[in-house]
Design a protein around this ligand. Structure first.
Ligand code: HEM
Length: 276
């Protein structure tokens, strides 16, 4: 490169650095990148007139403001997640042509999130509740998402009942109690009318329900999935996760005491296990 050319580039770079530091030559813009020089005065119809809806800068600023908090998820709001990898030991080619289930020994990055269902974001990890077990596989052929629970059956057989199930388990509408707990009238009312819920209730109310650690609980895809192999033949399959550390739970008495002392018990355990 000629010395003159290099000097010009160096000068441009220096100017750019200076202007990002002192804001010189940097324009205020809308979210769409349109240069503007005023976001402090809305458009009015004359000096004493009403504010005009055609002021898209005002509308963008207010709409952005109204939406800047991400609303809480209706279910599974409380959760903790970790990055890791999935390694296949045995090719599953009899069942599927998906590459990540055919190449033994290849490590596929995954992101796994564990959650409770009913409680809000800041609720205790030790709630008597189902645990969500969601896995995102980042495969060469695209992302494969699998949601599961730590119990193999489910409350309902028809997704159209899900909003009713969740409204029933969420806190009562008139006083917003109890938090992250199924033992209240609206839930029992729902269960009493839904015989198909009984099996899942037995799991949820059992001493197995509340995991000792996310590292010590099973995962189940719950649904029956259909996989297709290279020859186009399909098989029905179930996904089950088995923890190497075994399945361990805490009793209700332990859960209540831990909730008081450390509501982040499962998150802390996951964090510290990885740190260690
Ligand atoms: C039957 C009807 C069902 C409906 C309508 C439903 C609906 C939902 C909704 C709306 C969310 C929140 C998504 C978000 O805000 O990001 C969610 C999350 C979740 N659901 Fe379901 N669900 C159903 C059944 C199930 C079943 C059977 C399982 C277990 C296999 C399950 C496992 C999960 C998990 C693990 C999450 C959390 C995902 C994450 O960690 O990001 N759900 N579900």
């Amino acid at each position: 490169m000629a010395t003159k050319e290099k000097k010009t580039i160096d000068k441009k770079l220096r100017n750019l650095q200076q202007s990002t530091q002192n804001g010189q030559d940097q324009m205020l813009t809308t979210n769409q990148g349109l240069k503007i020089n005023d976001n402090q005065n809305s458009l009015k119809s004359g000096e004493r007139g009403a504010t005009l809806l055609e002021d898209f800068i005002l509308r963008e600023k207010i709409t952005h403001f109204d939406h800047e908090r991400i609303p809480e998820r209706i279910v599974h709001a409380r959760g903790s997640a970790a990055h890791g990898h999935f390694e296949l030991y045995e090719p599953m080619s009899k069942y599927t042509k998906a590459k990540f289930l055919n190449q033994a020994g290849v490590k596929v990055p995954v992101f796994v999130r564990f959650s409770t269902v009913a409680g809000s974001r800041g609720s205790t990890d030790l709630a008597r509740d189902v645990r969500g077990f969601s896995v995102k596989f980042y495969t060469d052929e695209g992302n494969y998402d699998l949601v599961g629970n730590n119990m193999p059956v489910f409350f309902i057989q028809d997704a159209i009942k899900f909003p009713d199930l969740i409204h029933a388990v969420k806190p009562e509408p008139h006083h917003e109690m109890p938090q992250a707990a199924s033992a209240h009238d609206t839930f029992w009312d729902f269960i009493s009318l839904m015989p198909e819920s009984m099996h899942m209730i037995m799991w949820a109310m059992s001493d197995r329900a509340i995991p000792r650690s996310y590292r010590m609980m099973e995962g189940f895809g719950v649904h029956t999935f259909r996989l297709i192999n290279e020859a186009g033949r399909s098989h029905f399959v179930k996904f089950h996760w088995k923890p190497l550390l075994g399945v361990h739970a805490v009793s209700w008495d332990e859960a209540q005491k831990i909730s008081g002392k450390d509501p982040d018990f499962h998150r802390r355990d996951l964090w510290e296990a990885i740190e260690n």
